[in-house]
Design a protein. Sequence first.
Length: 303
Amino acid sequence: MANITTKQFQLLSDNQMVWDLLVENYAANKVEAPFFEYAITSTWLDKRYLYMNKLWFDGDMAVGFVFYEDPCTDIYFCLRHGYEGLADEMIEYAEKHMPGNDEEKTLILNPEQKALMEAAGKRGYRQKYVNENYVIDFEAAALNYPLPDGFHFVDPDHVDPVKLAICMWKGFDHEDKGSFENWEAEDPGTPWNPQKAYLGIISDVMAPPPHATYEYNVIIANEQDEYVCFSGMWWVPENKLAYMEPLCTIPEYRHKGLAAAALSKHYGRMRELGAECMTGGGNDFYRRIGYNRKSLSYGWKKF
């Protein structure tokens, strides 16, 4: 592999390159392209270490990528098929240069990434835990939950960004002191306040990531037209993938069937577009409503 070169990731110039690499090699890695883009365009990601993310090239073609998400000590990989010989170098780079010490650092590897697992094993890493997220395969299962009485879907062409920001602020428990540990806020348990929330939540709503497909988002409102449930959707037609992220419901409207109705709306739309599967999360809620498969990833630690 004499023509292999490398460079450190640059946010303003390399996003499209990384998106293409992840899309083109989704089958070989099972790392979704929206997974990375959603993180780097969100306020919750610690962006101080983005320069540590690294790309490998064969000529002008990107063939490998090492990056972190949240926490920054969780390290992910994408390796183009046919370039498995780079696995040792990529694992070595992650070990020596990505954020965290040996105790903190975790390599997140998917079942398809055999060469990377072998390379990690040679350097003393071992699988410590399994992450499980639910997925629905459209040919084997269906979602058909009706919208409860008293609620309606919001026209995606007429979304009020302030209402949506309030829904996300409340829906992700920013007003709940007991659920606030992972959020960047000045004061846990703070009621909606545009001056405090503007840069965090409303910027996500009004400055969409480059590959966002906001036209497929689902928003549910109550009879007073207050937005009470939101489900985001990233459509990746090359992978026939409907990537659902994020999903939230305002606390007082939970357990009414709104999230199931929102995901059913996604199911109908995305199936018509040709999607073969839709992602969910690790919560047992997804299994209960009909998600029929688990997507696995493994956390490897140094021993």
